[in-house]
Ligand binder design. Structure first.
Ligand code: ME8
Length: 512
């Protein structure tokens, strides 16, 4: 039976153009989506833009534009980025779409009907940058300004009538939910943070604002707009045609398999979101993974800090697969990661050009010279051949588990290790000295081609464009890629033709 897999990125604020942090989450999500697809799952991969709220309203005002026109413009750059990053997303949702507001209004009505929402007054701190309410003990004085301790963003005092969600009542059910679903929040260290936050007590949450208008109106009181986080989180349902819960998308894909987010928005996804859903009688997602931050120097890369590495510039210069490989491999997934041009160049030169590109190049060139681009017909595996091939079969289940546990680094390390092994195999076997022993020569070339095929399939979720170029030499099309085939040692059809390959990755000069 085909399994369904629903993965989401956060929907990004189109308050300024996208940066490397956004690219990072989207690339990782795409990695999982592509892996699951070649594993045979039915995948729905969602990304989009979060367009309501004071943050966007103010950003639009600053440009002298109305918020909708402003969002149309910047949302487009995020949509274009999805293409530039080569994302395989199934949909791109915007919270200003009708399908979304319908879904939010429906969720609100359910919560109101179930008596989970009441009208009162909010007085406290609010960060427009985080779109978050903070209590007195969550803010501090920094150089005369009040800032949120967790994010460092400026807070302002708000006093206004507001609807509240009875979050305090959900403390116990949430703790029970975390206990019954021990892998709901990952990584483990983040889960512990969330659990202790919930254990320390939950206050009711303000879920509407009255002092501005850019948002979805509270259906029962048009003076209020719905809090942008309640609005935004619902995107994960809207894209599945919620409230029509009998439609195929919703039936197949809810609850979501994985909300991939940065650790900055963990509280919204791991506390508020499951509370809203439990209160509305909708099952919460299966997992929320809060990854670390991409740092520039020691600081989080962010718009407000102005320390942005532009993904588009990097892609234009080095290509999308170089960036994808670098971010997936070099950042220890789950932790913060410092990125630099030097490390990127070293990844391109040693892993992509030397290890992968070179292996493909020399094996194919050797085949062309000696076999006229044909896959050898007669082969006979020896123990040393089976030794290198069997590893893929033996570790097959383990590799799948790495992915299901979001242990990206172990998956990549396996690839890197086997690229070394494949290169070493080709060197040690010295096929150029075996020309008098045709059976052995055939076998070495066949094994080398099989190793290339297996490794390239493993690399497809990481560097899809380059992997497809390599798989094309074996006439394997994208929709034919099957992860399970890495277990098969005689997948390649003996006697069939292969094609030549152009240089995959050019070496980069460090001063470039
Ligand atoms: O929070 N390192 O949108 P946002 C790694 N609209 N990832 C980073 C990053 C960095 N330096 N900076 C940003 C919002 N990200 C809301 C989300 S979801 C219902 C609503 C990534 O534009 C990371 O995934 O501020 C982070 O969680 C997200 O971008 C925040 O994007």
């Amino acid at each position: 039976m085909t399994k369904n897999f629903y993965i989401t990125t956060p929907i990004y604020y189109p308050s300024a153009k996208p940066h490397m942090g956004h690219a990072y989450t989207s690339i990782i999500a795409d990695f999982f989506a592509r892996f699951k697809k070649i594993q045979g799952s039915n995948v729905f991969f969602l990304t989009g833009t979060d367009e309501h709220g004071l943050k966007i309203q103010r950003a639009a005002e600053k440009k002298g534009m109305n918020p909708k026109d402003f969002c149309d413009q910047i949302s487009k750059t995020f949509k274009n980025l999805s293409k530039t990053l080569n994302l395989s997303n199934s949909d791109f949702i915007r919270t200003t779409e009708e399908r979304h507001s319908k879904s939010v209004v429906n969720l609100w009505n359910i919560l109101e009907k179930k008596n989970e929402i009441y009208l009162s007054k909010y007085s406290g701190w609010y960060s427009v940058s985080d779109e978050a309410f903070y209590s007195e003990d969550e803010v501090e004085d920094v150089d005369g300004a009040k800032k949120a301790t967790s994010s460092g963003s400026i807070v302002e005092w708000v006093e206004e009538e507001s609807f509240f969600f009875k979050l305090s009542q959900w403390q116990k059910p949430l703790l029970k939910f975390y206990e019954e679903n021990p892998t709901f929040i990952l990584p483990e260290s983040r889960k512990n943070e969330v659990v202790s936050f919930v254990k320390s007590g939950l206050k009711d949450l303000s879920v509407s604002r009255k002092s501005f208008s850019w948002g979805i109106k509270v259906p029962s009181n048009k003076d209020h707009v719905i809090y942008v986080w309640l609005d935004a989180l619902t995107n994960y349902l809207s894209a599945l045609n919620y409230p029509d819960i009998n439609n195929k998308l919703f039936k197949n894909f809810w609850p979501a398999s994985l909300h991939l987010i940065g650790k900055d928005i963990l509280r919204f996804h791991a506390v508020y979101w499951p509370a809203f859903l439990l209160a509305a009688g909708i099952p919460p997602p299966k997992r929320v993974y809060g990854h670390g931050w991409i740092l520039s120097g020691d600081e989080k890369m962010s718009k407000s800090k102005g320390n942005i590495l532009d993904p588009i510039e990097i892609i234009e210069k080095y290509g999308i697969d170089s960036l994808r490989y670098y971010l997936i491999k070099e950042v220890s997934f789950g932790n913060d990661g410092n990125i630099s041009k030097e490390k990127l160049i070293s990844c391109i030169n040693s892993d992509l050009a030397n290890n992968f590109g070179n292996l493909c190049q020399r094996v194919i060139a050797f085949n062309e010279k000696n076999f006229n681009l044909e896959i050898p017909k007669k082969i006979n595996f020896t123990d040393s051949d089976l030794n290198v091939l069997d590893d893929f079969k033996i570790n097959y289940q383990k590799l799948i588990k790495y992915i299901d546990d979001q242990d990206i680094n172990s998956y990549i390390n396996f690839i890197i290790k086997h690229l070394f092994i494949a290169n070493k195999y080709f060197n040690d076997e010295e096929p150029w000295k075996k020309k008098s022993d045709i059976l052995r020569l055939n076998t070495i070339i066949y094994v080398a081609l099989e190793l290339i095929r297996k490794i390239t399939i493993m690399l497809y979720p990481v560097i899809p464009e380059s992997s497809l170029k390599v798989l094309k030499i074996f006439e394997i099309a994208e929709n034919e890629i099957n992860f399970e085939s890495i277990k098969n040692h005689i997948f390649l059809k003996k006697g069939s033709k292969i094609s030549k390959i152009n240089i995959l990755f050019k070496k980069v000069d460090n001063n470039d």
